[in-house]
Design a protein around this ligand. Structure first.
Ligand SMILES: [Zn+2]
Length: 541
């Protein structure tokens, strides 16, 4: 159904009583104040909305972009040749589309890594080709390693001593069996109406809810694991083997483990990509069912043999990584900026399709749509495709620090910034937006979502979502948002697994996402005011 009204105003009155948080003398005293009855009058250009829909639904290029990034380029680990090829491809595509000055912006990351070759088999009691992967930044083995495996069966600290002198040059199974439970849920699910309702009715999180504490049992388990890893390093194990999360052929794999005590602050932790070249044991993850078989044989007192050969490559010549930036210049408000983006990097076992070629392709499609429709945004629209999101959103954090500064030392661009919209979390349709605790944008976004009710997008939740790139903006008080998507086949079926490939991305969902994201970016670039910021951040400005 087409929307026929050409230009109309949607008036939404939100009786949103905001919780003003007053900071006094180091203590936080929540105090409700009547910041109520906000009236938002947002202009919606339905003609533009229709043109965006028409162009995307009839001439979409989003799956072509996705196919090139995943099938042709493949994995895009930060610092690897794959990510560099992807960045070059993005720049060329943006040039073809007439985007202004597509370019890389460098920031300091560390050592690059790529997997050049890999073998892992069980060779006794029978031959079995394993569904297995090296962890990211695992070093190569010293050529092929063959022999009997050792099950490092440690339940208490006293058990550790049994293995002194027995781990050197061995292939070591680190954990007991990982239970593979029957799964009675459908493998692919859209977010249910009930879950959307709960999200829309959510209340802002209290300080107590935000202070997550580890249970004593979990703390003890993590501490024992640290001691196991440290012993493996001290004794000189040849390879450490772990069961993967996921089942039925899906294996979840991220980066190699470096033993770190629990209380080491986040920014003091040694990471495998650090240029200090920390010692790392070669590490392999095996499909849980195959791993479990080896453990069960060993529990019968029978030997198991494996052969493992990891051929990995580190890149030490250039510690710099890059974010890719491109613009559509604004008109009367061109000094002000609205941003769209997502991460371009991925893990190495699949082709990073749902995480996050899908998001990167949609963000690029937003730029293509606005440019190809000849729209003239008032504010400058800027694309940011980040690197090293998987390692801790380092690329977007570096960009934000470089352009906007930090609390107490904001740069002039900070005041010129309107908002950032991130595309991550898989292939699902956009169902709404996480307001990230910013109640003031609710009436604005409600108006912008109104034309997309028939496409399934109408939910606004005060909740935030974290662990991705919009958070880099949000933490310094800039409006940064992630769209609420259907979780679909995401974690643990695709994201960070060997099955994160083109086939698990759905064209219709990506087109729907491109339409809504484009309309949002366009509206943000056209409205009279920049997006309102959160109350507590207004206070610090
Ligand atoms: Zn990820």
């Amino acid at each position: 159904m087409k929307i026929v009204a050409r230009q109309s105003r949607i008036k939404i009155i939100a009786f949103a009583c905001l919780l003003a948080i007053v900071l006094t003398g180091g203590g936080i005293i929540p105090k409700t104040s009547p910041v109520c009855a906000q009236v938002s009058t947002e202009k919606i250009d339905f003609d533009v909305v229709n043109r965006i829909k028409d162009e995307e639904l009839q001439h979409s290029q989003v799956m072509d972009t996705l196919g090139y990034l995943t099938d042709v380029i493949g994995p895009r680990v930060t610092g690897s040749p794959g990510l560099k090829r992807a960045q070059q491809y993005v720049i060329e595509r943006m040039r073809e589309w007439g985007i202004t000055n597509p370019h890389p912006e460098a920031w300091r990351f560390g050592r690059g890594w790529s997997l050049e070759g890999f073998t892992a088999n069980m060779t006794a009691p029978t031959f079995s080709l394993l569904i297995a992967y090296s962890k990211g930044w695992s070093p190569s083995t010293d050529g092929p390693v063959r022999g009997e495996v050792v099950f490092f069966d440690v339940g208490t600290e006293a058990d550790l001593q049994k293995y002194r002198g027995k781990l050197s040059h061995k292939i070591v199974l680190l954990f007991p069996e990982r239970e593979v439970a029957p799964n009675f849920l459908p493998q692919t699910q859209r977010t249910s109406d009930e879950d959307l309702r709960k999200l829309s009715e959510a209340k802002p999180a209290s300080t107590e809810q935000q202070n997550f504490q580890l249970s004593p049992e979990r703390r003890a388990r993590i501490e024992l694991n640290y001691k196991k890893w440290q012993m493996l390093l001290d004794e000189g194990a040849a390879v450490v083997v772990e069961p993967g999360f996921g089942d039925a052929g899906t294996v979840y794999v991220t980066s190699a483990t470096i033993p770190t005590t629990l209380d080491t602050p986040e920014d003091a932790r040694v990471r495998p990509w650090h240029t200090s070249k920390p010692r790392i044991i070669p590490q392999v993850v095996v499909a849980a069912e195959q791993y479990n078989r080896m453990i069960r044989i060993l529990r019968r007192g029978l030997p198991v043999q494996m052969e493992v050969n990891i051929n990995a490559r580190f890149y030490d010549d250039d510690p710099m990584s890059h974010n890719i930036i491109g613009e559509i210049p604004g008109t009367d408000l061109k000094d002000e900026v609205v941003m769209v983006g997502g991460c371009l990097d991925s893990w190495h076992t699949g082709t990073g399709a749902t995480d996050n070629a899908a998001g990167a392709a949609v963000a690029m499609e937003v730029m293509r749509l606005i440019k190809s429709l000849g729209l003239k945004p008032r504010r400058t629209i800027r694309l940011g495709l980040w690197s090293a999101e998987e390692q801790g959103a380092f690329g977007s954090r570096a960009y934000v620090a470089e352009h906007f500064g930090r609390p107490g030392a904001f740069k002039p661009e900070y005041e010129k910034f309107s908002g950032y919209f991130n595309l991550d979390y898989g292939t699902g349709r956009i169902r709404g937006v996480y307001l990230q605790g910013n109640e003031a944008v609710r009436p604005i976004f409600a108006a912008w979502l109104a034309p997309f009710k028939d496409m399934g997008a109408e939910t606004l939740t005060i909740n935030g979502i974290y662990s991705t790139d919009h958070n880099s903006f949000d933490v310094i008080g800039l409006p940064g948002f992630q769209f609420l998507r259907d979780f679909m086949e995401n974690n643990p079926r695709t994201a960070h697994t060997n099955m994160d490939v083109y086939d698990h991305v759905f064209a219709d969902d990506l087109k729907q996402s491109a339409v809504i994201a484009t309309a949002f970016i366009y509206q943000a670039a056209m409205r009279d005011e920049k997006l309102p910021r959160k109350l507590q951040n207004l206070r610090s400005r």
